[in-house]
Design a protein around this ligand. Structure first.
Ligand SMILES: [Zn+2]
Length: 262
């Protein structure tokens, strides 16, 4: 009987401790910039990479309620270089692959909230069915959307020979600039695949930052070619999923798990 009672007391103690742990860390604000990773936002496709417009709006409203301000990679780089202050709670919204709904859905939704975003383009897919056109890209760049590179053909870079890596990084950038887009400075690794050769080549070709798929928040001490990013797939539990993904990134940074600090 006594054993039973102490068992229950110990059990309650650990439950309390676990609860306190979760509450503490969900309220701790890690200083730094969140970078969120999206792909498609629309109400037609139904897969992991597509978020419905309703869900996306809920997430944007949550960020706004929590006091987050959207910034661009250019804002981040300039603040780092010139010692400018970023908003207390900053977030960069990124969209990989250059899908057409980034123009039809994302751009107007973000504009409605007074927010900005960054779209990473696969240059050889521009104008193909379901992807953005050069005209749309030009218009986006003059509105609230910053553009970045995501290679020419979306190949896993770490598995390629150096010459092929250079082709993927250099030619895609040139093609975008030749087609009338403003200079491309920012990059996203297809499938999060990179190595030292890739980073060296990015520097050589004038890219200033690159994002990975490793969760975490970013500070000016984070390697600019290995920025931490929070992946946001289609949710199973609604907004709770989104909050847990943000929390996961905070915890990874808090406990220094795979953080790319230099
Ligand atoms: Zn991609």
């Amino acid at each position: 009987m006594r054993n039973m009672r102490s068992f229950i007391i110990v059990g309650i103690f650990f439950l309390f401790l676990g609860g306190a742990f979760i509450i503490y860390f969900s309220q701790t604000e890690e200083k730094g910039v969140f970078i969120l990773e999206y792909h498609r936002i629309n109400d037609q496709d139904d897969d992991e990479y597509t978020i419905t417009t309703k869900e996306f709006k809920e997430q944007m409203e949550y960020l706004r309620e929590q006091g987050y301000k959207t910034i661009s990679f250019m804002d981040f780089v300039r603040a780092k270089k010139y010692g400018e202050k970023l908003p207390e709670k900053s977030v960069i919204l990124t969209f990989d692959d250059g899908y057409e709904d980034n123009y039809t859905e994302v751009m107007p939704i973000l504009a409605g909230y007074g927010m900005k975003g960054t779209v990473f383009i696969i240059s050889n897919r521009v104008g193909l069915e379901g992807y953005l056109t050069w005209e749309q890209l030009k218009e986006m760049q003059t509105a609230n959307i910053e553009l970045g590179g995501h290679t020419a053909n979306h190949l896993p870079l770490a598995s390629l020979p150096p010459q092929k890596i250079d082709d993927e990084l250099r030619l895609s950038k040139l093609l975008m600039e030749w087609n009338g887009l403003q200079t491309i400075y920012f990059f996203s690794y297809p499938n999060g695949s990179y190595n030292d050769t890739v980073i060296k080549d990015l520097r050589k070709n004038g890219y200033l930052t690159a994002v990975t798929g490793t969760p975490g928040v970013n500070t000016f001490a984070t390697d600019p070619y290995r920025l931490q990013r929070t992946y946001i797939p289609r949710s199973k539990l609604g907004l709770l999923d989104f909050k847990l993904r943000l929390l996961k990134s905070r915890l990874y940074t808090k406990f220094n798990i795979r953080q790319n600090i230099i």
